[in-house]
Design a protein around this ligand. Structure first.
Ligand SMILES: Nc1ncnc2c1ncn2[C@@H]1O[C@H](COP(=O)(O)OP(=O)(O)OP(=O)(O)O)[C@@H](O)[C@H]1O
Length: 233
């Protein structure tokens, strides 16, 4: 379970988050929505431990989140706007490097399987510096789930993916969801929200404006919720 209690974030004069209270249970799949600049990525980075909140608490199964807590870090997979990959390395070498960081035992089979799963097996020994944006994103997805986290924090994960990669990735996410992995996805992509998520949280100006179950709802309803209309209709 992930809980953020009264999270605020101020940078300089700017108050980006204004008291975000959110509880997400293990196995939930939640979309975090909001207009540009609403504070979605900032909130996600705080949960990921990449950014420190100004006030408030982040709890992971009731335990305060600490940046250097290795066992907490091990449970989370984060995919942000930066890939964290090394361009001189091939897909295999990149994943071997991260497997070492996560101290995975005998990771080779999983590395090759994941490269296969994201459709990069043909390029697995080529340095990624010549890869397209979508290919990098495919590998970044593999990197984020390499250590089998039970909470996935995804910031606009479908960006740059072609239709085939979107389908591959969604299938992968749905498999993880079926295994009980928590999925928290910042996105503007309504069809993908509809395909993956059961709950939508809408941030407006650094605060939660809506928090609704969207299971079985059409994309148009989620749109209305986003626009602030659904509850009155
Ligand atoms: N390091 C920083 N210094 C100053 N302002 C920042 C910093 N990081 C974020 N901000 C500001 O905080 C606000 C929220 O940013 P954030 O990236 O969290 O928004 P977002 O909801 O993810 O937006 P988008 O949909 O555009 O990705 C923005 O106005 C942004 O300019």
């Amino acid at each position: 379970m992930i809980e953020t209690i009264g999270i605020t974030k101020t940078i300089g004069e700017k108050m980006i988050l204004r008291g975000v209270n959110l509880r997400i249970n293990q196995g939930e799949s939640v979309a975090i929505l909001g207009t540009n600049g609403a504070g979605k990525s900032t909130w996600l980075k705080i949960v990921a431990g990449l950014l420190k909140q100004s006030n408030g608490d982040v709890l992971l199964d009731g335990v305060p989140r600490k940046k250097d807590d290795y066992s907490q870090q091990q449970r989370l997979g984060y995919l942000g706007h930066q890939s964290f990959l090394y361009e001189a390395f091939s897909p295999v070498e990149n994943l071997q490097f991260f497997a070492k960081l996560y101290q995975l035992k005998s990771p080779d089979k999983r590395i090759h399987q994941l490269i296969d799963d994201v459709g990069l097996s043909f390029f697995k020994h080529e340095p990624i510096r010549s890869f397209s944006r979508g290919m990098i994103q495919r590998l970044a997805i593999a990197r984020a789930i390499l250590h089998e986290p039970d909470v996935l924090l995804l910031d606009e994960p479908h960006t740059g993916l072609d239709q085939q990669a979107v389908s591959l990735f969604n299938r992968l996410l749905l498999d993880l969801k079926a295994e009980g992995v928590t999925i928290i996805m910042v996105t503007h992509d309504f069809p993908q929200i509809n395909a993956i998520c059961d709950r939508a949280v809408i941030l407006r100006k650094g605060k939660i404006a809506e928090d609704e179950c969207i299971r079985g709802r059409p994309v148009s309803w989620i749109h209305s919720l986003y626009e602030g209309e659904a509850l009155s209709s």
